[in-house]
Ligand binder design. Structure first.
Ligand SMILES: Cc1ncc(COP(=O)(O)O)c(C=O)c1O
Length: 431
């Protein structure tokens, strides 16, 4: 899947020059943004789109005058770009909303018509709670049963054998993450979809933590719904839900009467964040630019795609390849710090099974204290469970402050990682 790094040049300085936030210093210290799983920084094209929309086109949708017509065009363009990003067959399969969590609750609510008493819903202990709680509520509301898939510590891979054991004629829905926000594992969703094909099961995929790191093709994944959040892939605070058109068409929507009856509009209640949509369009234009600049070596992986879809996917493949060099450097560096346990895949030959989100604990140091010490050096990292409460509990870390999470993006550098590793090393050896 991944082209050999020796044949591939990724100019991270050129990438960084497009992100104004990366040039900011505080008291002379550059900021090191390693909080990316919580939200990424925005490139200039996304900021420009928002600014232009707010200054030149700001209006409500559906009018006959210039600003409203331009608003409708922009809303259409952002939906089309999002469809290209996911290789969705139609932009009418793309629903925008405030965030992934709200969209998932919207869908879990309407799936009450699909799931009946004694049906079963499968969830995993590796997921963010936004892909668990909506299904727990749904199960409680309709009298369905929740079945769990566990994972294997410490490498934190899902136990797929368990899925095979619990998948039955009663199963109606599998809710699964494409990548863990906590330990970075990429789940074999395509394989799960193949296993589930023999049953009358819907598959709902949380791709929030996968979307910033690799190309997504909803047509080859073989699933029914997929969600992601543009603010995790260089856009503003927004959520996106893709669903198969025939399903979206059949499902009821809680909507006001004058709103359109067809998907996606029937699920987009009220006035959208138009400036958010403009920013998402700008973020996707930026990612297509990444494809133009650095994606040449990857284009042949996507032979049948139309030009912008091709650019977006080649760009994401280039990002994935570069980020694997970052993961390798960080994992090897952490392995050299005494008393450090990395939770998740640490075999650097298996980097295509993880995203560059690396989580660890250090003997004798509470995760919050480590994050605070790094914050003093202007290095931004997270501590805690990050709403992956089941994962933290399963690892036995929920009562001890969780874990430290270093989440990289394609604008991070080896030098930034070295700065982090040096600070961690000093902390542990008390130099
Ligand atoms: C894997 C995963 N799923 C879902 C969410 C929730 O996304 P949102 O903030 O868009 O509701 C997050 C947020 O961090 C996440 O990491």
């Amino acid at each position: 899947m991944i082209a050999s790094p020796s044949t591939f040049q990724f100019d991270v300085d050129q990438i960084r020059s497009r992100f104004p936030a990366l040039t900011i210093t505080d008291n002379g210290a550059a900021r090191v943004y390693l909080d990316n799983p919580g939200g990424t920084q925005m490139p200039q094209p996304a900021l420009d789109r928002i600014h232009y929309y707010l200054t030149h086109q700001y209006a409500n949708s559906g009018g006959v005058f210039r600003t409203s017509l331009e608003t409708d065009q922009m809303l259409h363009d952002s939906r089309r770009a999002m469809a290209d990003f996911l290789n969705a067959p139609s932009e009418d399969e793309i629903i925008f909303g405030p965030n992934m969590t709200s969209l998932t609750f919207t869908l879990s609510n309407v799936l009450k018509y699909w799931i009946h008493p004694n049906d079963e819903i499968i969830v995993t202990r590796l997921d963010h709670d936004a892909n668990i709680s909506p299904w727990l509520h749904l199960a409680e509301d309709v009298g369905a049963r929740i079945r769990w898939i566990d994972f294997n510590p410490p490498d934190c891979r899902l136990n797929i054998d368990e899925l095979e054991a619990i998948l039955t004629d009663k199963t109606r829905l599998i809710a699964i993450g494409l990548a863990s926000n906590s330990v970075g594992t990429i789940n074999p969703v395509h394989k799960i979809a193949s296993l589930a094909r023999a049953y009358d099961v819907l598959i709902y995929v949380d791709a929030v933590q996968y979307a910033p790191h690799a190309p997504i093709d909803v047509q080859t994944l073989g699933v029914d719904f997929l969600t992601c959040s543009p603010y995790k892939f260089f856009g503003p605070h927004q959520g996106v839900l893709w669903g198969r058109y025939d399903l979206l068409d059949r499902l009821p929507a809680y909507k006001v009467r004058p709103a359109q009856e067809q998907p996606p509009h029937k699920f987009e209640t009220g006035t959208q964040s138009h400036e958010g949509r403009a920013g998402t369009l700008g973020a996707l234009e930026y990612l297509a630019w990444v494809g133009t600049q650095f994606g040449d070596k990857f284009r042949n992986q996507f032979p049948d795609f139309q030009e912008r879809t091709l650019k977006l996917h080649a760009g994401m493949a280039a990002i994935q390849s570069y980020e694997q060099t970052l993961s390798k450097h960080l994992i090897n560096g952490l392995k050299n710090i005494p008393g450090t346990t990395i939770w998740g895949i640490t075999d650097t030959h298996r980097l295509d099974e993880r995203v560059p989100t690396v989580t660890f604990t250090m003997n004798g140091h509470n995760p919050r204290v480590i994050a605070e010490r790094m914050a003093k050096q202007n290095i931004f990292i997270w501590d805690g469970h990050y709403y992956a409460v089941e994962t933290a509990e399963r690892l036995g870390l929920d009562r001890s402050g969780g874990m430290v999470r270093v989440g990289m993006a394609h604008y991070n550098t080896i030098q930034e990682l070295d700065r982090l590793l040096e600070c961690l090393h000093r902390l542990q050896t008390k130099e």
